[in-house]
Write a new protein. Sequence first.
Length: 487
Amino acid sequence: MPPLLALAVGLAFVFVLLAIERRRATTSFALWIPTIWMFLAASRPLSRWFAVAQIDRPSEGSLSDRLMMTALIVAGMVILIGRRRQIDWGGFVRRNFWLIAFFLYLGLSAMWSEVPYISLKRWIRTSGVIVMAMVVMTEAEPLPALERIVRRCAYVLLPLSIIFIKYFPEYGRQYVRWDGVVMWTGVTTHKNSLGALCAISVLVIVMSLFRKRPAHDIFWPRLQTLADLSIVALAAILLRGAEEGTYSATAVVVVVAGSALSAVLLTRKSGGRLIAAHLRVFAVVAVLLYLAFWDAITTTGATLLNRRTDLTGRATEIWPFVLQEAAKHPIFGGGYGGVWNLGGDLSTFLGLEQAHNGYLDVYLQLGIVGCVLLALFLLEFCARIGQQFKYDRLWGVFGITFFFINLIYNLSETAFFDVNLGALMVVMTVTFSVSGQTAAEREVEAVAQPLAPPRQWRPPSDRRRASEPGWQAKPVSIPPYRWPTAR
């Protein structure tokens, strides 16, 4: 098939999927602003959508990317200050205190970075996700709006990834730097980013498959299920990779473990209730167990995935140098955004743009203070999941699954800052903080609603005479029924 014809067929398929998705929920047109933001975060910058060549000086960035991100942030702020979006700013700060503290410390750390101006620009770009999260939060139904964003990205990016890989290899394929083999990147910039996109898409679809469908409607639910299963099939193809050993092992672990955990919790009647109530305890215990049995867990996982026990050089060639560099400024870190992709000693020596470990990256850039703030933010996220589980079990289970796969993913990749998993965690935290409160307020309003006024009744003879001119009926008041009290 000619490439242009294949692209046209792929775009038509995407259009059909979006048309099917349109009937799932009702959201405002303003939701397209955070959708475009998440679309770019989960794929590639705008400049790399229209140019194959890399930027000669990455520290300067791209003018088109800066303008695009600035326009999205300004548009989001305009939406938030509008009359239709009433925000309790004090309540928002109280419910998301540690999230805001973590991002403020990111901006503060730019002051002691070696390149403060570049760090400040990167912080502004990263902090824009809070604006997008607030736009989702102020929707009439925040959780369906959040699901719609993820589903739109999956419906667009996964089919386009298949088209890019097969018919536009200059966009959809790259060569591994270590051994020169081909790896699939699709619409993203790396196979691990493509794997994270597939993982999020599959988990959202698994959650939606367990949602109850209206009994009176048969056609559209079946069509929506068919569309979801087609996306799962595309994700399975993309996760397989081009050749043996070129797939994202971290993404495969995340998809399998996340899908299995979601299925177990959703199929059991009281599944997840104990975990949701004590999620912070489970998270701390999981971290301690990993630290205690790190060697055994790493060796077993690498063997099952046909990987080297040193995690493809991470444990022996990357992490020791990162720890050595982080030891120079252990308390406050080297400053957010001032380490990677700037031509520095660490980035030049390793030839990387991240530490391939989210926890080490936080320690490197933000120090011990940043690690403490991150831990408090994660514990705050656990509390939001427990609160959400009380009002919507389906989203509570998804929150539990997403939390654990994020912890797992950051063991070998960096996803706490501005990539898709980290951005989605911020949006989920803000959305959960208001969705549970909204449900509680609705329950209080329903209980506090006053009794209906007495009904007005007219006999049939009066109703027949009501058409006569000048006649006015005398309504008879019927008092409300009172339940008899026990003697």
